[in-house]
Design a protein around this ligand. Structure first.
Ligand code: DLL
Length: 455
């Protein structure tokens, strides 16, 4: 059993603000940000003009729905910096996440944005039961991904001691857990399961370490995974949600008292839930697509950004006393984005990477499996008739074909290209022509997801 923990208020006045006051604050900030993007980002101005709406039309929070949506396509079309509201000399940090094509989605931060980001990440830690003076082992990846640096500055802001170990190298993670005795660990849920297994394999017993809380996010996970980590390690596991386009981690986090939905930091992020097909709002409690408007960001504010994440909102009061609404777990995606070990992967990225390579056909398939605790991606792609004939493939068994030097060379080249394009190690299988499924008129299932589904 994990010890009982309470969350800490970082800014009690804001976090427990009566709804009417919070909504007044949101409206003020919304009016300001809409005016700001209208005058600074030509792309927003054009879209608003097309929709026939001016900043002065936003008189209430309900008027938000008059504004056009923003999508990943807007960021792609203006790649890399076209949606920035300020010149680059005022942008002091860039991060990026996978886009739907070969190019990443680029996001930027001013000094003030980094301050806000540190504040919301500090809140995530505080909601999860972390305290100033405690130690955080931060095993989210450092780099263009927002997870590592987001939590890093959040922990410093809260007054924690940060161990910036980044993701991977399980033996080293275990050594640090034993030797440094951190209280809190941040990583993806799939990696938390790897850590759990590795600790148990070493004969771990609850109480051996100081670890009390895991803060897990960046990919979908389940109550079953929570139970497993909590019971086996005698710790708490809480959910954190976020996305680069909105800020990174720090959009929402569960409070440790309830562990029942993540409080959205609504003083900075205005949330809507819409029907993904019609874009119309859906009532609280009903699942729809999460849409966010950033209320305070300077470098890259987003207006009605469609996340593609399916979830519901619970506005009822919470035992922790916070008045921020809670979002459910992310229950699915509206698009075909896969998340593999925390890395976002679109099938279209694979396609874009394969197109440039010789000896391949456009017939490919993605197979996602779970090997032990970690998700693995296999890309199967058919070789061209010419290549197949050149190497005498038609006379060979599958294994001999795969073992040919020319085939191995091509496979390595494909694997290297995919690793560069996706930022992920991929298993590549080269298939003889005509062997992968073809569309039979309907949607072709390019992705075979064999990961076990939770009951
Ligand atoms: O994953 C930010 C993050 C880092 C969140 C660390 C939490 C912890 P992106 O790489 O832009 O940003 O990916 C964002 O990941 O739209 C969701 O589909 C998914 N996602 C993030 N958190 C969760 C979660 C970071 N707790 C995309 N549960 C989002 C399910 C999540 N999915």
């Amino acid at each position: 059993m994990a010890v009982a923990l309470r969350s800490l208020f970082l800014n009690e006045e804001i976090e427990t603000m009566p709804r009417d006051r919070l909504e007044r604050l949101q409206l003020e900030r919304l009016q300001r940000i809409v005016d700001y993007v209208y005058h600074r980002v030509p792309h927003y101005r054009r879209k608003m003009e097309t929709a026939g709406v001016r900043p002065s039309d936003i008189r209430s929070l309900a008027d938000l729905t008059r504004l056009p949506f923003t999508t990943k396509a807007d960021l792609r079309d203006t790649y890399p910096f076209g949606m920035f509201a300020l010149p680059l000399n005022q942008v002091i940090r860039i991060h990026a996440s996978s886009g739907t094509t070969g190019k990443p989605t680029v996001v930027g931060y001013t000094r003030n944005d980094l301050e806000v980001w540190a504040e919301v990440c500090a809140r995530c830690l505080a909601l999860s039961g972390a305290r100033p003076g405690e130690m955080l082992q931060n095993a989210y990846g450092y780099g263009l991904f927002t997870g590592g640096l987001g939590f890093h500055y959040g922990a410093e802001k809260l007054g924690m001691t940060v161990v910036p170990v980044s993701a991977g190298n399980t033996a080293r993670q275990l050594m640090l857990l034993r030797d440094f005795k951190p209280h809190v660990m941040t990583c993806t849920p799939s990696y938390a399961l790897v850590i759990t297994d590795a600790l148990l394999a070493e004969g771990y017993r609850p109480g051996d370490l100081n670890l009390r809380v895991f803060i897990l996010g960046a990919e979908p996970w389940t109550e079953g995974m929570r139970r497993e980590i909590e019971e086996k390690l005698g710790v708490h596991a809480v959910n954190v949600y976020g996305l680069s386009e909105v800020i990174g981690p720090g959009v929402a986090n569960e409070c440790i008292e309830a562990k029942n939905g993540s409080h959205i930091f609504e003083d900075h992020f205005l949330v809507e839930v819409v029907d993904p097909a019609t874009g119309e709002p859906v009532p609280p409690g009903q699942v729809g697509e999460l849409v966010f408007t950033t209320l305070t960001k300077e470098a890259l504010p987003v207006i009605r950004y469609r996340t593609g994440d399916l979830a519901s909102i619970d506005p009822t009061p919470c035992v922790c006393g916070r008045t921020f609404v809670r979002m459910s777990r992310v229950l699915g995606r509206t698009d075909d984005m896969l998340i593999i070990r925390g890395v976002n992967v679109f099938p279209s990225q694979v396609e874009a990477a394969l197109v440039g390579l010789p000896h391949l056909t456009p017939h490919y398939q993605l197979v996602v499996t779970r090997e032990g605790r970690l998700d693995a991606l296999e890309v199967k792609v058919e070789v061209s008739e010419d290549f197949f004939r050149q190497v005498g493939g038609e006379f060979l068994s599958g294994e001999v074909f795969e073992g040919l030097e020319a085939v191995q060379g091509l496979r390595e080249r494909v694997a290297h290209t995919l690793k560069e394009a996706l930022g992920l190690q991929v298993k590549v299988t080269l298939a003889p022509p005509g062997t992968l499924p073809r569309s039979e008129g309907g949607k072709l299932r390019r992705v075979v997801d064999m990961r076990p589904k939770e009951a």
